[in-house]
Design a protein around this ligand. Structure first.
Ligand code: GSH
Length: 308
């Protein structure tokens, strides 16, 4: 569709918006707003044509609403800002993001934030409200990691960061193109986070009675979602990135009986995981650990000792 409003240009295969118009735009669809923000504001933004069967968004300019077909396809998006990852090699949540950045061959800086060194921690902003956690990434101009350039986006929560990386690196195929497969990825991630990641934290870091059976039940639920072989949705995806570091932590530190649980509870959990009931999950974990980006981001041996 061709349309003309003021000094803008709509093209058959896309839309060119002049920068002078950007402040007055009210795109009635958050996806498109983020596309505008995703481009360098000093340049003309180019949005490509939406698929034929997609519902058209409404573009409002000065109260004038115009239904148009516009969008960018997944293939249009590329990294336009520099990424700084604030995290630590021994944080499994950081490793999720690290793997995704490696998979995407992103241009990024890894800035180490050592949570055990609060007094001297070089970059404090990630540990202050509202963030208060690693991993966090900034996305924008490249600069001093301790003082992110004004206008940098600050994004935290590892799963949100993974989705963001999938968005800006579509060629990394962290999310399948097929909507059904994408839904399966998200179901797996949701199940993993709510049934395993939370239980993992409780069992190892804030033990309470029953935490072992809650964790084992969660692991069974995740195992039940796995196909007979291969990764979570057969092809490698964001689901596997979300799962790999935490599953490895569970296996490794339970085998060393590390954590806030009573002594011996970790070993019991480890024994259960090694049994025939978890054979499929065990194979899945082995496959995850063979992934080159898993190996290159591996946190190594845990140095904590069991609390006395
Ligand atoms: N839900 C968060 C969890 C991140 C998390 O628990 N990070 C820990 C380190 S592994 C943290 O930063 N804790 C803050 C603190 O200890 O003060 C995510 O997925 O990113």
């Amino acid at each position: 569709m061709l349309a003309d409003i003021g000094d803008k240009i709509f093209e058959p295969d896309g839309l060119i918006l002049h920068r002078s118009k950007l402040p007055s735009l009210d795109i009635a669809n958050a996806q498109y707003t983020s596309v505008l923000h995703g481009h360098d504001a000093s340049e003309t933004s180019i949005l490509r044509t939406r698929p034929e069967n997609a519902h058209p968004p409404v573009l409002r300019i000065g109260g004038f609403a115009l239904a148009i077909r516009l969008s960018r396809t997944r293939d249009d998006m590329v990294q336009t800002g520099h990424i700084t990852l604030y995290g630590h090699a021994r944080s499994p949540f950081t490793q999720r993001v690290h793997i995704a950045l490696e998979e995407a061959r992103a241009d990024y800086t890894f800035h180490v934030v050592d949570l055990l060194d609060r007094q001297t921690v070089a970059c404090a902003f990630v540990l202050k409200p509202p963030i208060r956690q690693i991993p966090t990434i900034t996305y924008g101009s490249k600069g001093d990691p301790q003082h992110p350039p004004a206008g940098s986006a600050k994004i935290y929560e590892s799963l949100i960061i993974l989705e963001f990386i999938a968005d800006i690196f579509p060629e990394a195929k962290l999310l399948p193109v097929d909507p059904v497969c994408r839904a399966r990825v998200r179901l797996f991630v949701h199940t993993f986070e709510t049934k395993v990641a939370d239980a993992f934290r409780t069992f190892f870091f804030a033990y309470m009675t029953g935490a072992d059976s809650t964790l084992l039940e969660g692991l069974e639920m995740v195992q039940a979602l796995l196909p007979p072989s291969g990764f979570a949705v057969e092809e490698w995806s964001l689901a596997d990135i979300a799962a790999a570091p935490i599953l490895t932590w569970i296996c490794t530190i339970s085998g060393q009986d590390l954590g806030t649980h009573p002594a011996g509870e970790g070993l019991k959990l480890h024994e259960a995981l090694e049994g025939p009931k978890f054979a499929r999950l065990t194979k899945y974990i082995e496959d995850l650990q063979e992934r080159p980006t898993y190996k290159s981001t591996d946190w190594g041996k845990v140095s904590r000792t069991h609390p006395t």
